[in-house]
Design a protein around this ligand. Structure first.
Ligand code: PGA
Length: 259
């Protein structure tokens, strides 16, 4: 049984001061995250404050939104896995569609970033997803397989099993137009099948695959009703601590009912 994982992606929102206030409110609203993992990814500048506010709480995981693939050196503006680990990061998003869309992130970069995270003992969350054009031109399967295969190239065994993949259709992100579970589930199956092909059914059965794209407290249960969907990556609805706590409470209370 895979442990479900709820992740909040703050994107470029909240100062360090606001992050501290968020964490204090979140931990009041949600003192424990029994049975699931709950994590959030503040901007780099708020990681330290969030970590301090969390104290030694084992109930929430701290993550970053990106990582550079070298551990140190002359790479102005970049942040390494070694630095993130030192700040208390336990996971990192890699290849979010906004990185791919606005910052030219390539599949080969996502692979190097996944490797850098693993090297530094940080769990990578590889984000994949098709654009509306890809979907309309029946390219979804091709694009998803390409992104998964490229992002995971050379990663095997326990490392592969510890991976998290987030399926986030680009057209569903921040649009209020979530994919339906009927649209998402076949893509989740395809991702798992691709991992099976890469590394065998054992690894495929362990990798967690999250859905992301306009997830809210109102629709999260529909996604989690499928045992193919191991959790959610949430943007807009994670910024308010009460809304994020509600998402977690629904996730804690929901059991898969369909394959
Ligand atoms: P959204 O963002 O929930 O605001 O659609 C999800 C994401 O980009 O991870």
């Amino acid at each position: 049984m895979r442990t479900r994982f709820l992740i909040g992606n703050w994107k470029m929102n909240k100062t360090a001061t606001e992050a501290g206030a968020f964490v204090r409110r979140l931990t009041q609203e949600l003192p424990t995250s029994e049975g699931i993992q709950v994590g959030f990814a503040p901007p780099f500048t708020a990681l330290h404050a969030a970590h301090e506010a969390l104290g030694s709480s084992p109930d929430f995981l701290l993550g970053a939104q990106d990582v550079y693939w070298e551990d140190k050196g002359a790479f102005t503006g970049e942040v390494s896995g070694t630095m993130l680990k030192d700040l208390g990061c336990q996971f990192v998003l890699v290849g979010h569609s906004e990185r791919r869309q606005y910052f030219g992130e390539q599949d080969s970069w996502t692979n190097q970033k996944v490797l850098a995270a693993l090297r530094n003992g940080i769990q990578p969350v590889l984000c994949v997803g098709e654009t509306l054009h890809d979907r309309d031109t029946n390219q979804t399967d091709h694009v998803i397989q390409r992104q998964v295969r490229a992002g995971l190239a050379g990663i095997e065994g326990q490392h592969l099993e510890s991976m998290v993949i987030a399926y986030e259709p680009v057209w569903a992100i921040g649009t209020g137009r979530a994919a339906s579970p009927e649209q998402a589930v076949p893509v989740h199956r395809l991702i798992r099948q691709t991992i099976n092909e890469l590394s065998g059914a054992e690894a495929g059965s362990r990798v967690r695959i999250l859905y992301g794209g306009s997830v809210t407290p109102h629709n999260i249960a529909e996604f989690l009703a499928s045992e193919e969907i191991d959790g959610a990556l949430v943007g807009g609805a994670c910024l308010d601590p009460v809304s994020f706590a509600t998402l977690a409470k629904v996730a804690i209370g929901s059991k898969p009912t369909t394959a």
